[in-house]
Design a protein around this ligand. Structure first.
Ligand SMILES: [Zn+2]
Ligand SMILES: [Zn+2]
Length: 341
């Protein structure tokens, strides 16, 4: 108010420093202002509002600045949850925003084992498709392969829903996967650093042995060709679901092959917009990460809601999506695997 009064008495109100004021300069002769009490009151009120807005903006900026620090040892920028959480409903543990080149090369690059698992699983999927298309009618095999593609999308959604909502690092077999899916919500950009083989190898590791057994059955004619085509397609799309997921987080179009951008825009692969809806409130749908085509029937029919209610009625366990996002459980010692990704 002092600065306003000083300037008004000088016959000039400078508004250039306030971004909320549209006029760059507001010049009012002091004699005019003195003769017009209404104008003086209105100008005083306007400047009070501008001052209040400016003070509140700078306070929030200071809060954000206080919550950010540079970790000089790791050479990376990290963010800590502010001590006061009044401005945000979610509780966010410390997370890593950027990675050095060395970290990218060591943490996200594929290993020899990743490549062996990935190429072997793709060879099995290709073998099942060959059995499917060579053992019977190509049209039936093609329909079965399309059904396999849709089933892979639904399976990716059901698995994603389960890991997002239930269990933690102590859950048998899936503990690490569960906390890594939660870690993805905290720092979704890390997936874009991954090599293809590094990204898909964990799923290949679980799928390779049963898939190889099924291929053996298909090769000796125990599995019908249509089922073999279905399973070959299902396997190929399921193990690559994390790669399609990665592409949906790749914000720079130059980092994606044009064919991928085309397939995303056609809805054949999950698009940035479709998967982006999963990362926005109310955080309770859009789980499918192959094409996202099954999101509409699964979310629209209330499939997950009915399942959540049935589980709650039988076990008393509530899914995480029934509450405000709260990631503080990731700070517990048994949930630290989310940081190692
Ligand atoms: Zn999720
Ligand atoms: Zn995501």
């Amino acid at each position: 108010m002092h600065s306003y009064r000083t300037q008004m008495q000088a016959g000039r109100v400078r508004a250039a420093s306030f971004s909320t004021c549209r006029s760059a300069h507001l010049r009012i002769p002091s004699a005019v202002v003195r003769r017009n009490p209404t104008l003086e009151r209105r100008l005083g009120s306007m400047m009070s509002r501008i001052h209040a807005s400016s003070t509140s903006t700078s306070t929030s900026v200071n809060k954000r600045t206080a919550a950010t620090k540079v970790n000089a040892v790791a050479g990376t920028e990290t963010v800590e949850a502010p001590t006061s959480t009044t401005s945000s409903p979610s509780k966010i543990p410390q997370r890593q925003l950027t990675f050095s080149e060395e970290e990218v090369e060591t943490r996200f690059a594929s290993t020899t084992m990743d490549r062996v698992l990935t190429y072997s699983t793709h060879a099995v999927a290709a073998g099942m498709l060959v059995c499917g298309f060579s053992g019977g009618g190509a049209a039936i095999a093609a329909i079965a392969a399309v059904l396999g593609y849709l089933a892979a999308d639904a399976a990716s959604g059901i698995f994603h829903w389960a890991t997002d909502n239930y269990g933690d690092g102590r859950t048998p077999v899936f503990g690490d996967v569960i906390v890594k899916f939660q870690g993805h919500h905290l720092q979704p950009w890390t997936i874009t650093y991954r090599d293809w083989e590094n990204n898909v190898a964990p799923i290949c590791k679980g799928a390779l042995a049963p898939a190889a057994a099924l291929l053996a059955l298909a090769a000796v004619g125990v599995l019908p060709p249509a089922l073999s085509a279905f399973l070959g397609s299902f396997l190929g799309f399921v193990v690559n679901s994390q790669e399609f997921h990665k592409w949906s987080h790749t914000t720079n179009d130059n980092n994606l092959p044009p064919v991928v951008r085309l397939l995303q825009s056609c809805g054949i692969l999950v698009s940035r917009k479709e998967h982006g809806a999963h990362h926005k409130p109310p955080f309770e749908g859009h789980y499918c990460i192959v094409s996202g085509l099954m999101n509409a029937p699964l979310d629209g029919s209330g499939f997950f809601k009915k399942l959540e209610t049935a589980i709650h009625e039988r076990t008393g366990v509530k899914p995480r999506c029934w509450n405000e996002p709260d990631y503080t459980f990731l700070e517990e010692p048994h949930n630290q695997a989310w940081r190692i990704q």
